[in-house]
Ligand binder design. Structure first.
Ligand code: ADP
Length: 159
């Protein structure tokens, strides 16, 4: 049985993340999404909220589960006995960062490999930060996130 972890901030989960996790779920027996507890990004949702939003989003994919973690991603992967880490790659936004991180992770954990799935065309431009900006300004985000995530964003940004 091959297990893969899919780590990220997921603040909040978007259809871009979901596209990656659905495709990864066809390639591996089990996918464990890892939600970073302590991200250095400016977060809108708490760890519990990010986990809950992701859990609801993947509820219909039987071989995907969601956990939170702190510390090094390579240690999270090791703890889950996953030899593979999955990440999504958008055309311009991600390559250098992912490459740099992959080399560091390879140094820290030579037995953990990285599988990058190319983001689908319709989600190339989609990032959680842009999404939050649009939601904050009351823009239409219905095509970009599951309905319960849109609702959670509306609640956060309604004063
Ligand atoms: P991180 O802080 O680790 O970048 P994110 O939640 O922003 O966390 O992203 C988690 C993973 O999902 C990363 O591999 C990122 O490149 C990927 N990702 C983010 N947005 C998209 C998207 N629109 N399409 C495909 N992959 C994406």
């Amino acid at each position: 049985m091959t297990i893969a972890v899919y780590p990220g901030t997921f603040d909040p989960i978007t259809n871009g993340h979901l596209d990656i996790v659905k495709r990864a779920a066809l390639l591996f027996d089990r996918i464990i999404m890892g939600v970073y507890e302590k991200s250095n990004k400016h977060l809108v949702f708490t760890t519990e909220e990010r986990v809950e939003l992701a859990r609801l989003a993947v509820a219909d994919i039987p071989n995907v589960e969601v956990k939170s973690f702190s510390g090094l991603t390579v240690d999270f992967a090791r703890g889950e006995e996953a030899p593979v880490m999955v990440r999504g790659l958008r055309m311009n936004a991600d390559f250098e960062k992912e490459f740099e991180m992959a080399l560091m992770n390879r140094k820290l954990a030579p037995d953990l490999d990285l599988l990058c799935l190319m983001a689908s065309q319709e989600y190339q431009f989609l990032s959680s930060s842009l999404l939050k900006e649009v939601a904050r300004l009351n823009g239409n985000i219905s095509d970009l996130v599951p309905e319960h995530v849109a609702e959670a964003l509306r609640k956060k940004f309604t004063v």
